[in-house]
Design a protein around this ligand. Structure first.
Ligand code: NAD
Length: 487
């Protein structure tokens, strides 16, 4: 389909109580293509009053949705999954246009994002309680699960479909209604997905979408609404910390998927072919703009030169361009700030003595491109080892023994994911126990899966998305005691 034809089919309003409507005062916000800098579409820019209207709709729709049989909720999700698979190409192209990722990766995200809809369609009907005698034999204990209530979902720009489905699908499966606020840089995919839910038969008010350029005030008003029961956020750690503080007065349930600073350790007993392939995937997927992106390559000194040469050779062969062009594996970064950050981190490392092996330059516009880059011998203390890079920069640090590797890997406030390459089983098992991260790739460079509990330790977050755990983020437990019916 032609791009303009696709864009014309994406809604431009706010979805509130089952209707797409303009924002208060007709305010709009512009969405741009980061590869060209051009305006893609103008959409509604919600005010605080619009956010409140969305909250009203979610609160009003909650009792009926919570009472809808789980099988019906499951079938609606399954129907949505089928529609999403049918429209996979449209969703992939839309993500490439608004976010910049290469089309092949956008197709991968449609598969990944759709998987959450299927997974939670299956989980919806499998929520269980329990019944049993208390130890004294005097009573019967009933444990049941209930939807938490209306939820507010905030998503980032880097995975426009998957971050939305990873929250919406479990919420709906559990019987919750939602207001979702996608990132203002990439709102179109969420709007297109919400339209699919409507087409699949979603009752009015169950999912409401507010797009806004004023995320702070709109969110604060929704979070402060006493009818809200849950906040689920994916984004940066500083914003997550602020939202946790806002959620405290309402004692809201919260799920926080925050930043990462993943170590990627290559031991001297690693299979180097596998490690190089894993490194390329863990670093350059999404042009490095993933919370799971490997941030620090910690490589045993005996292989560091060979590893560096091999990744450098691959990086030099990568094609940069708009994600719709064939063969492109490096699209644009999301905006000028992201380019400035990559440049500043690389410059700081080089000034401190790191060696620039490939890349290191921002490209002339239009578009916000930064070359895929390799820096080796990065000294401890460099900003690039402490901060989340969120760009196509592969930073290498040598180490000498296992304790050294573990110390460097754990020397961060983040704890989302780690990657370890070793052919030694016992060493791999030791790493599972020693690395302070919520997830780990052992001889593999990508860990995400709808069936897995995704989430971090330390400053990387609270709660889990996906897996058997994912639906429980949207359920609350009730324990009931009744007397022994036999007297
Ligand atoms: P961000 O924190 O700037 O924005 C995330 C979302 O929060 C956006 O929708 C934004 O509009 C909104 N937001 C910003 N300020 C707000 C405020 N004051 N009140 C309410 N909402 C506000 O992050 P980003 O740049 O969009 O995304 C990148 C970050 O997300 C990285 O740190 C990355 O690691 C993290 N991330 C984490 C995961 C995970 O699962 N752990 C997944 C993807 C991205």
């Amino acid at each position: 389909m032609h791009e303009s034809e696709l864009l014309a089919r994406v809604p431009e309003g706010l979805l509130i109580n089952g209707e797409w409507r303009p924002a208060e005062g007709g305010r709009t916000l512009d969405v741009h293509d980061p590869a060209t800098g051009q305006l893609v579409k103008q959409i509604a820019d919600a005010s605080v009053a619009d956010g409140k209207a969305a909250m009203d709709a979610a609160a009003a729709a909650f009792p009926a949705w919570a009472a809808t049989p789980a099988r019906e909720r499951a079938e609606l999700l399954r129907h949505t999954f089928d529609l999403l698979k049918d429209r996979a190409e449209d969703f992939a192209l839309l993500m490439t246009i608004e976010m910049g990722k290469p089309l092949a990766e956008a197709r991968g995200e449609v598969t990944y994002g759709a998987e959450f809809v299927r997974w939670f369609s299956e989980e919806a009907a499998h929520v269980q309680g329990r019944y049993g005698a208390n130890p004294e034999g005097t009573g019967r204990m009933i444990v049941s699960q209930h939807p938490v209530g209306p939820c507010y979902l905030i998503t980032p720009w880097n995975f426009p479909l998957a971050m939305a489905t990873r929250k919406i699908a479990p919420a709906l499966a559990a019987g919750c209604t939602v207001v979702i606020k996608p990132a203002e840089l990439t709102p179109l995919t969420t709007m297109f997905f919400a339209q699919l839910l409507v087409e699949a038969g979603l009752p009015a008010g169950v999912v409401n979408v507010v797009t806004t350029s004023t995320a702070g005030p709109v969110s604060e008003a929704i979070i402060g609404d006493p009818r809200l029961r849950k906040l689920s956020f994916t984004g940066s750690t500083p914003v997550g910390q602020r939202l946790l503080a806002q959620a405290a007065p309402g004692v809201l349930r919260t799920s926080m998927e925050l930043g990462g600073n993943a170590p990627f350790i290559v031991f001297d007993d690693a299979d180097l072919d596998k490690a190089v392939a894993g490194a390329m995937a863990a670093k350059f997927r999404n042009v490095g703009q993933a919370c799971t992106a490997a941030n620090r390559f910690i490589v045993h000194r005996s292989l560091v030169e060979e590893f560096t040469e091999r990744v450098t050779a691959q990086v030099k062969g990568m094609k940069i361009g708009r994600g719709t062009e064939s063969g492109v594996s490096i699209g644009p970064l999301i905006d000028d700030r992201a380019v400035a950050k990559a440049r500043q981190l690389v410059d700081d490392a080089v000034e401190r003595g790191a060696e620039l092996r490939a890349g290191g330059q921002a490209l002339e516009g239009p578009g916000t491109f930064y070359e895929p880059t390799v820096v080796s011998d990065v000294p401890e203390g460099s900003d690039i080892l402490r901060e989340e890079i969120f760009g196509p920069v592969l930073a290498i640090v040598p180490f000498d023994d296992e304790d050294d590797a573990v110390r460097i890997a754990n020397d961060t406030e983040y704890g989302l994911v780690s990657y370890v390459y070793t052919e030694n089983l016992a060493r791999g098992q030791r790493m599972i126990e020693r690395l302070e991260t919520g997830m780990m790739g052992l001889n593999i460079g990508v860990v995400s899966n709808a069936a897995a509990p995704f989430g971090g330790w330390k400053f990387s977050g609270l709660g889990r998305e996906g897996g058997a755990e994912g639906i429980h983020e949207y359920l609350q437990t009730k324990y009931t005691l009744t007397p022994n019916p036999f007297g």
